[in-house]
Design a protein around this ligand. Structure first.
Ligand code: PLP
Length: 365
């Protein structure tokens, strides 16, 4: 959490014991704070406060957004928080290109053919594993032009690096997660454009205006709003800083060992915060084990029922065979990352890779 977000969290959690939905003075004071948080989030997004809903996670916000009756279209590389509810509703899954992008000609054709019965289209703004970026304004515009469906975007990975006001223009629904922009864990934000009808997932209370019941996480909401304001101040500066670090990491790794491959073309439009690399000849769990011991936190696919890592559905969707997909690792960077950390990490990653290869990775001459 950012310092400001943390101090707001502590201030609100220690000063307001009233439940914002109660009838007494203490509740009214708490409600004023909650309303203030809603207004601040709305201001950042350029929307009205009544269009902002707080949830307990982006996963919950996505599930609410996808809780529609009727036909859904989404992409093959969405976070499971979109993909799983979409698959449960027998959604049409749009296959992405090998760099994670969406083929617009193919999409246009599909929208024209299925526009009449589509109820919801959901495409993420930035992929959380490979960093691929979707032009959300354009995709949302296409959905509006060719269909009467609503357009939702999971913009969880976009907050620090994109102007959310621009990104949201053609969205009817949009999801954010506070811990991705310096706010607390366990706070999701769902934007629902005025007039768009959404069905609650849970029943049991009118908090969050019948969309999401349960006592409000007041300190979480206020702290999330403060963090979002901070994150939204300098998206292009954040991008430039983090891109420099990410590129330095990738270039250093490539120059040390060119057997390590970029999972998506390094020249494609990608979030600066994410580097996904393939380590041919290894299984990512082994790499993760060594890297963890070296003090580096990377990630692979999702844990499967046996506790092992399944190859990531995102890497498979790019067209990789399961064997190479199981060697993929994701590294993330932020404005807090230092050059020294990047340099040390790149050396250690190469060392770990070589340890796992036969003969210590020695190159035959
Ligand atoms: N969507 C994307 C793209 C994510 O990266 C994440 C979390 O990493 C989520 C959704 C889920 O967010 P939360 O942990 O708030 O449920």
């Amino acid at each position: 959490m950012t310092e400001k977000a943390l101090s707001e969290y502590v201030r609100v959690a220690s000063s307001y014991f009233g439940n914002p939905q109660g009838n007494h003075r203490f509740s009214r004071e708490a409600l004023a704070e909650l309303d203030g948080a809603r207004e601040r989030v709305a201001m950042v997004l350029g929307v009205t406060p009544s269009e902002i809903y707080f949830t307990a996670s982006a996963t919950e916000a996505n599930n609410i957004a996808l809780n529609v009756e009727g036909s859904i279209l989404t992409s093959s590389i969405e976070h499971k928080a979109v993909l799983a509810p979409a698959v449960a509703r027998k959604a049409n899954i749009f296959a992405v290109n090998s760099d994670g992008s969406i083929d617009r000609d193919r999409l246009r054709q599909l929208l024209k053919e299925s526009g009449g019965y589509l109820k919801l289209v959901s495409f993420m703004a930035v992929n959380n594993e490979i960093g691929s970026v979707n032009p959300i304004e354009i995709l949302g515009g296409m959905v509006k032009k060719y269909t009467s469906a609503h357009f939702h975007s999971d913009a969880v990975q976009a907050a620090n690096y994109f102007e959310l006001r621009k990104l949201i223009v053609n969205c009817d629904l949009l999801t954010l997660s506070a811990h991705k922009f310096g706010g607390p864990k366990g706070v999701g934000i769902l934007y629902i454009r005025e007039g768009v009808k959404v069905r609650a997932l849970m029943l049991g209370g009118a908090q969050e205006r019948d969309i999401r019941p349960g006592t409000s996480n007041l300190a979480g909401a206020v702290s999330a709003a403060v963090a979002l304001e901070e994150a939204a101040k300098t998206p292009s500066e954040n991008w430039a800083t983090v891109e420099g670090l990410r590129n330095r990491f990738e270039e250093s790794i490539h120059s040390l060992d060119d057997r390590i491959l970029a999972t998506v073309d390094r020249g494609s439009l990608r979030s600066p915060a994410i580097s996904n690399l393939l380590f041919p000849g290894t299984i990512n769990e082994e790499m993760l084990f060594l890297l963890d011991a070296m003090g580096i936190g990377a990630s692979g696919g999702a844990a499967c029922a046996s506790g092992a890592l399944d190859p990531s559905h995102v890497i498979l969707a790019l067209g990789y065979e399961p064997k190479i997909a199981r060697s993929a690792l994701r590294f993330t960077f932020s404005t807090e990352t230092t050059i020294a950390e990047v340099d040390e990490a790149s050396q250690l990653v190469v060392r770990a890779y070589r340890q796992l290869l036969p003969h210590g990775g020695a190159v035959e001459s």
